[in-house]
Design a protein around this ligand. Structure first.
Ligand SMILES: [Zn+2]
Ligand SMILES: [Zn+2]
Length: 246
């Protein structure tokens, strides 16, 4: 399952859009419907909270889950389905740093997609626990998120995002932006060089971050249309049940 996977370790600052990010709206509402008013979508995306059995009742804020769902729908025109929270798998726990390995979580998440959903359904896991991956010479590098480029799963953690946030709204804006960025990877987008694009990797600088709109730029949107084009939602959902049972 790990063979061929390509994840992108996102520059820490690249994920931090300002709180104004959510207000930019280059994606017109009517783009999600055809002239016949038929609902369209690119893909089905499952949102799931992974709770930490080691940290008691610490749950991902429900308001943030809803904000993420709304923004993923708006930005990517995906069909978002929430499923009930479940515990972080013990297999992903990295005891030396008391956090969870994001790569292991991505593999785990792929198995959490409900069987009745279409074959290419994606999944985004949300957690309050710290997550990490390997980066360059660092065996265990803490990250805000990890997404599998053109794959199935992404993880987002608010552990680091909320630490230096000005207030709750700022923390929410950051976590929403991170989810948009990581799902962008899953939908096939790599880091780009477009000014203000949500897929920018700030590479340690703050300038790109402050200028981010929180949405993909024209280049990434064109790439998105090539990788995961809009199609009628009914057709997308029908694929789950019309597949022959073998
Ligand atoms: Zn990234
Ligand atoms: Zn871009």
């Amino acid at each position: 399952m790990m063979i061929g996977r390509r994840t992108v370790v996102c520059g820490v600052l690249g994920l931090l859009a300002g709180s104004r990010a959510a207000s930019a709206a280059p994606v017109p509402e009517d783009s999600v419907r055809t002239r016949a008013d038929e609902p369209m979508a690119r893909a089905v995306v499952v949102l799931v909270v992974l709770t930490d059995p080691r940290r008691g009742a610490s749950a991902f804020p429900d308001g943030d889950v809803e904000a993420i769902a709304a923004e993923l729908r708006r930005v990517y025109q995906v069909e978002v389905r929430r499923i009930a929270a479940r515990p972080l798998p013990r297999s992903a726990y990295y005891a030396p740093r008391r956090r969870y390995r994001a790569d292991t979580l991505l593999t785990h998440l792929a198995g959490e997609i409900p069987a009745e959903l279409p074959a290419r359904t994606r999944i985004v896991g949300l957690t309050t626990s710290d997550i990490s991956t390997s980066k360059d010479n660092f065996k265990d590098w803490g990250v805000f998120g990890l997404g599998e480029v053109g794959g199935t799963a992404a993880m987002v953690s608010n552990f680091r995002l909320k630490k230096k946030a000005r207030d709750a709204a700022h923390a929410t804006a950051r976590v929403v932006n991170t989810a948009v960025h990581e799902l962008g990877h899953v939908l096939g987008l790599d880091h780009c060089e477009e000014p203000n694009c949500v897929m920018l990797d700030a590479q340690g600088g703050i300038r790109n971050t402050d200028a981010s709109t929180g949405v993909p730029g024209p280049g990434c949107l064109a790439e998105l249309d090539r990788e995961v084009p809009l199609r009628p939602l009914a057709e997308l959902l029908a694929r789950a049940t019309s597949a022959p049972a073998q």
